[in-house]
Design a protein around this ligand. Structure first.
Ligand code: TRP
Length: 376
């Protein structure tokens, strides 16, 4: 089973949302909303701290890993091919001479990579490698370049396509594929593998998951973890990523998720939309037709309506405001926004909510100012 869904959002249950905690107040900077880590077979567990696979290659240089293993012994640089894997399995943080932590210096990584490719412990390999993803700064490179690994991950993904119907997708299967997605996210976020990942069109494999609409947790989790992969791709602004995504029609998928998925999925989906809008090509794309513009603003408006009934609006509102503000950079969109901007953004409904968020307050003020100015 999945661990607590609702509390995941907003650090409610002491769960690390990743992305360095609350987003900064700098309107220009965005931290990617965290995505919880699927935890494999026994999903009754708490999502581990360290869970969100976010964003940035935060190198976890602590001497403890997520299993709480902590032997403080960094002396074993074996790397001798897995025979002593059992002996060294509890020694996850091998530090090389330069202080960097290389995945292949840890025989456990080698062991699990072999298992992932050849079995028989593929499922456990997915889990173990996912747990290790933040310990090494080069796990993504190892995953990408190890023979058979990407094939194996894609195979995990493709094999659940026939099960994407309510009642057919078991918790266990959903967890398993989420663990594979977490490893894909690792590859998608690393600067050395990101472009290769994109050029191989691997994000397309996620679309069947993003395209599901079931509200069952198994499906929510698949959508959320898939969004996490896309979120990792858009995180560092890259025109190539945006151009690729626009060609795939990701926007309507994000909009649907923003309309009807869990709050956490909504947050990642709007993060992706915001990143698309911040790109000049993305903004032009959305503003190219009235249908697109209205599709986006209708969903944003609905979200604003729902914010007032849910507590507290948290990150969604920040993203909503920034999406509107960015839309107002397009003159035609600005003209229309004067008409369709929700009254609740004009009438101080959110003053209290935004009290401590200087960045969002400033963005909202700027938006209202822009809309009040005359445009030709
Ligand atoms: N092919 C559609 C289009 O280009 C994709 C689409 C549907 C879309 N709904 C959208 C794009 C909303 C942006 C916004 O319009």
């Amino acid at each position: 089973m999945f661990s607590a869904q609702k509390p995941i959002y907003g650090n409610g249950a002491g769960v690390n949302m990743g992305g360095g905690g609350p987003s900064t107040n700098n309107p220009g900077s965005m931290s990617m909303p965290g995505v919880p880590t699927p935890m494999g077979p026994g999903m009754n567990q708490q999502i581990p701290s360290g869970g969100p696979m976010l964003m940035g290659n935060t190198l976890n240089n602590n001497n403890s890993n997520e299993n709480g293993e902590n032997n403080g012994n960094n002396g074993n640089n074996g790397g001798n091919g897995g025979n002593d894997a059992n002996a060294t399995r509890n020694n996850p943080n091998m530090v090389n001479n330069r202080g960097a932590v290389h995945a292949l210096d840890d025989p456990n990584v080698y062991h699990w990579i072999c298992q992932l490719t050849y079995g028989p412990q593929k499922e456990q390999a997915l889990l173990e490698l996912g747990r290790k993803r933040e310990q090494f700064d080069d796990l993504a490179v190892v995953l990408w370049s190890s023979f058979g690994v990407m094939t194996s991950l894609l195979n995990e993904i493709i094999s659940v396509y026939p099960m994407l119907q309510p009642q057919m997708l078991s918790n266990n299967l959903s967890n398993r594929v989420c663990n594979a997605l977490v490893l894909l996210q690792c590859v998608a976020s690393h600067p050395e593998t990101k472009n290769l990942f994109l050029q191989a069109h691997i994000p397309l494999f996620l679309f069947p998951f993003l395209n599901t609409t079931s509200r069952q947790r198994t499906f929510e989790y698949l959508r959320l973890t898939s969004l996490g992969v896309i979120g990792a791709l858009v995180k560092n602004d890259s025109q190539d990523v945006i151009t690729f995504l626009l060609r795939t029609d990701i926007v309507p998928l994000c909009l649907r998720i923003m309309e009807s998925s869990s709050e956490l999925s909504k947050t990642v989906a709007i993060f992706i939309l915001q990143k698309i809008l911040l790109d000049d090509v993305g903004l032009q794309y959305i503003c190219a037709t009235l249908e697109r513009f209205y599709a986006v603003t209708n969903v944003l408006k609905d979200m604003v309506e729902h914010l007032t009934v849910s507590t507290p609006p948290g990150r969604l509102l920040k993203h909503i405001i920034r999406c509107y503000l960015r839309l107002s950079d397009d003159l035609e969109a600005r003209r229309l926004l004067k008409i369709v901007l929700p009254a609740k953004l004009r009438d101080n409904t959110f003053t209290e909510v935004l009290r401590d968020d200087v960045g969002s307050k400033r963005c909202l003020a700027q938006l209202l100012l822009t809309l009040n100015e005359e445009t030709s």
